[in-house]
Ligand binder design. Structure first.
Ligand code: PEP
Ligand code: MN
Length: 359
């Protein structure tokens, strides 16, 4: 049985007091399945200061929402968590008596802000969740966590919410699972949660992302749950309603985090964990190959327009020797990498031939 996963649930943003209270009322009696420890949610989330990409969109209700959140905490016995992006926000949250804060992805990317927030957290008993920075920079994420730890070493957690990029994938943010895996390897004492809502941008993908996080031994999940998602003032497409949240929590496979919990051998558990990491890398490999081929296609179009031949032997020789040297540096066998690249080259030629022939 997995030990007490940390579940944060609640709307993206506080919109009205009634909306926040409805969400809280629906979530206060929720219980995880027995296989996941049978507890309720650990924190109720709701943002009041919203870091929106574009101006002119809903930027949160601001301080007005603080008493709503305090009352949710008092009336429903839920620990409330909200986003802070400055020292002033921390002071206001402390005055309001809330239990927890998260540092958003855009703030984590800014060491000045993280430092001032961390200082403001000193002496408080707040639980602090640090989302990954918006760019896949592991050092920046770890640095932000370390800054917080210097001033308030208790109750610090990390949240993987994916990385902004310019891809045209189905997900709102690129998961790049190897980044949170490396985080876990370097910061094993910091509980790591996954936020499939912001990763996906669309509830359709939430179950598979949440399951993957559990398979990778994440310590919990942050999920956006709104009483009526289609009417949400932001992030409407990615918010679950309380019933679908409940269904999801009961359909996930809550994996064992320690071998002592059942009869599975330690080796089997280790192998499973390593295989899951291999699957993650395979996802990346296939994704990178697809991206590489799409660039090859673009060159094919240019060659077609310019009446240029497909095989440019000089370029191929450069690619071939460059990758061979890179492979040797990484301790890979050079004939192995040559075979891989021969296959890639053949496929590139095939695709370009097709482009040049097609009208
Ligand atoms: C949020 O959780 O509401 C949020 C703004 O997330 P992120 O910082 O991950 O974009
Ligand atoms: Mn949101």
């Amino acid at each position: 049985m997995m030990k007490h996963p940390i579940i944060i649930a609640g709307p993206c943003s506080a919109e009205t007091e009634e909306q926040v209270r409805t969400a809280a009322k629906e979530l206060k009696d929720f219980r995880l399945p027995v296989s996941a420890g049978g507890e309720g949610i650990s924190f109720f989330r709701s943002g009041i200061w919203k870091p929106r990409t574009r101006p002119g969109t809903f930027e949160g209700v601001g301080e007005t929402g603080l008493p709503w959140l305090s009352r949710v905490q008092e009336d429903f016995g839920l620990s409330v968590c909200t986003e802070v992006a400055s020292a002033r926000h921390v002071e206001l949250v402390v005055e309001a008596g809330l239990d927890a804060v998260w540092i958003g992805t855009r703030t984590t990317a800014n060491p000045f802000l993280v430092e001032e927030i961390a200082k403001a957290l000193q002496g408080t008993s707040l639980h602090v969740f640090v989302k990954n920075p918006i760019n896949p920079d592991l050092g920046l994420w770890i640095g932000a966590v370390q800054r917080v730890l210097r001033y308030c070493p208790e109750h610090v957690y990390a949240i993987h919410r994916g990385f902004s990029d310019y891809h045209i994938g189905q997900l709102r943010n690129a998961p790049l699972w190897r980044v949170p895996i490396d985080f876990k390897v370097q910061m094993p004492e910091i509980p790591l949660l996954c936020d499939p809502s912001h990763l996906s941008g669309n509830t359709v993908y939430i179950p598979e992302l949440a399951q993957r996080a559990l398979d990778l031994n994440f310590d919990g999940l942050m999920l956006e749950v709104h009483p009526s998602p289609s009417q949400a003032l932001c992030d409407a497409g990615q918010q679950l309603n309380p019933a679908t949240f409940n269904d999801l929590m009961h359909s996930l496979m809550w994996r064992r985090s320690t071998p002592s919990d059942d009869s599975l051998s330690e080796e089997k558990i280790l192998i499973d964990a390593i295989r899951t990491r291999i699957d993650v890398l395979d996802d990346d490999l296939v994704d990178l190959l697809a991206q590489r081929m799409s660039l090859v296609d673009q060159i094919g179009e240019v060659k077609k327009r310019g009446g240029i031949g497909i095989i440019q032997i000089e370029r191929w020789n450069t690619v071939s020797s460059r990758t061979k040297n890179l492979a040797i540096e990484k301790g890979l066998d050079d004939t192995f990498i040559s075979e891989v690249y021969r296959a890639i080259h053949q496929q590139s030629i095939k695709r370009q031939e097709k482009i040049i022939r097609d009208e």
